[in-house]
Design a protein around this ligand. Structure first.
Ligand SMILES: CC(C)(COP(=O)(O)OP(=O)(O)OC[C@H]1O[C@@H](n2cnc3c(N)ncnc32)[C@H](O)[C@@H]1OP(=O)(O)O)[C@@H](O)C(=O)NCCC(=O)NCCS
Length: 195
């Protein structure tokens, strides 16, 4: 009897510990700590190298990325959201409100520049960031959220289709990467309607 108990205790001790689930969070950034800025620049750099760096094709260097994000904080129409894994920034997206002169489109905002670093993908963070931006735009009274993406960014297309965005058009000459023209895909979502 004692021998059996000893064996099961041994087996229990040898069993691998269950992996801790990473803690995901999203928050709006209105100033940067040194640590956050470093992590955001690293994540951006990694995303650009991987081929999905919201417009950048070649990594422009830490200084340029840092100035870009610091400058964004001063743009009145833009809000920056960051996604974190266990507190560390690994991705970001932006909400762009229409400029004040654009009365005809005062009801429509845009979600743009979404990315998650390759080392933190498929955890659900981009979905969480998009939902947070939607929630904010809806709360501010916007009726439409627009977005566009390169047709080669299939993960992003599947993400937004999964969130109920309606694909309404294609732009055949949307971007040029490595000398090749790439089409773009345009989406919208009506926000004040329950999805
Ligand atoms: C697109 C991107 C932002 C997704 O980030 P992510 O945090 O990995 O996405 P999530 O984990 O939230 O995925 C949510 C859903 O999107 C879809 N999706 C995400 N990545 C996908 C991929 N590589 N292939 C197919 N579907 C994908 C899936 O439906 C996924 O749900 P599931 O994991 O339950 O199947 C990320 O891959 C990225 O930064 N890509 C390069 C840049 C880019 O395309 N940016 C968008 C331009 S606006």
């Amino acid at each position: 009897m004692m021998a059996v108990e000893g064996a099961s205790a041994q087996a229990r001790d040898a069993a691998p510990l269950p992996e801790a689930k990473p803690k995901l969070s999203v928050d709006r950034i209105s100033s940067f700590s040194e640590e956050d800025l470093l992590a955001l620049c690293e994540a951006t750099d990694a995303a650009i190298i991987d081929g999905g760096g919201f417009g950048w094709i070649n990594p422009p260097g830490r200084q340029v990325i840092e100035s870009y994000f610091k400058g964004l904080l001063m743009v009145p129409e833009r809000e920056i959201y960051v996604g974190r894994v266990d507190g560390v920034i690994v991705g970001s997206t932006q909400l762009v409100r229409p400029s004040r002169n654009n009365e005809a489109q005062a009801m429509a905002a845009t979600i743009t520049q979404a990315f998650v670093a390759p080392y933190a993908r498929r955890l659900g963070l981009a979905r969480m960031m998009a939902m947070r931006v939607e929630e904010r735009a809806r709360a501010m009274g916007y009726q439409v959220l627009n977005l566009d993406v390169r047709e080669t960014h299939v993960g992003a297309i599947s993400l937004y289709e999964g969130l109920g965005y309606v694909r309404w058009g294609e732009h055949p000459a949307y971007a040029r990467v490595g000398g090749q023209m790439i089409a773009g895909v345009f989406f919208y979502k009506l926000l004040q309607r329950k999805s």
